[in-house]
Design a protein around this ligand. Sequence first.
Ligand code: FES
Ligand SMILES: [Fe+2]
Length: 385
Amino acid sequence: MRKERQIELLDRVGASGERFAGLHVPATMVNETSCYTDPANLEAEQRALFRGGPVFFALSCELRQPGAYQAATFGGVPLLVVRQGDGSLRAMVNICRHRGAPLVPPMSTGHRPAAISCPYHAWTYELDGRLRARPMAGDAFSDVGVSCDLPARAVAEKYGMIFVRADDAEPIDVDGFLSGAEDDLGAFDLDGYVHLETRENTWDMNWKLILDTFTESYHIRTLHKDSIAPAFNSDSVIYEGFGRHLMSIGLRKNVLDELAKPREEWSIIPYGTMQYFLVPNALVVHQLDHVEVWRVEPIDVNHTRTRTSMYAPGPEVTEKAERYFIKNLDLLLSVTGTEDFPMMEQIQANMESGAIDRLVYGKNEAPLIHFHTAINEAVAAATPS
Ligand code: FES
Ligand SMILES: [Fe+2]
């Protein structure tokens, strides 16, 4: 993060007064519990956000070598992104043109050095999705009059991040999509990171509850009293919106110590967990010496798949450093998996009881308000009146 930007953010903290109240937003928000429980709402979200709009796909470092591929599903559409021989990326539908088999397993990552071969009858595709051959078929398909190339989808790469759109191949304007978040994200030099590990889980809750977890620090004092509460501030986060996306910086308790130093020496990096919510599906987190990414994929209205990835600054990561970073990943998944997400699963069950129809988000939960306002607006815009 740029130096002036760090100083500007620390200025906000310094001026925020008692319990960081100056970081609050002016108004609370009331939200309907149905946004977490109504399948029709999920269908609208899938259409408007996951299928129709650009979505975060991966960091560039996950697909470095020609032939490196990764598969993921957005709004029900299975996609495959492959690094080409010339260094560019191609996105295509991960469905064989013969009889619809997945070309690579859904949610998989791997390497196909020369071609992609279907596991069902071995139709073979070039890395860019053009059909190369139908082995052992003779003239069995000689009169097929339709294209058997894989349907292309939009993919764009910038700032060390990859974005796709599941619905069509209309080019993606990355800066337009990021709406200003690119200034901070670009400064993190994500292209220089190395991917260490990704872990997958499924949870009995709506996809938004996964991301809600990280929006605010208000719960730290109570929910995390036995883990991270001694080190982290629970009063407020630094918040900023970028179009539908947002930044939420969680602060360490000792952040005000930095303000005692000469201003030109200020750095927020040791005190801030810098979280960028790339709505709908990703959370990019910069912590002191590494980067974490959460990706969410709704399975249905109350089940969500998550992938949590750990990256370290490159170009080389020693074995000792890797062990340290993986311990960080263990800790992250332990705290979220034993403290945050079990609570969120109970919240999902409570909302499904139908006994309450509204929730309230506080002025100290500004990122939560931004996140849900952005999603509600996108859903409303995509819902025929
Ligand atoms: S479904 Fe792919 S080769 Fe038959
Ligand atoms: Fe938490």
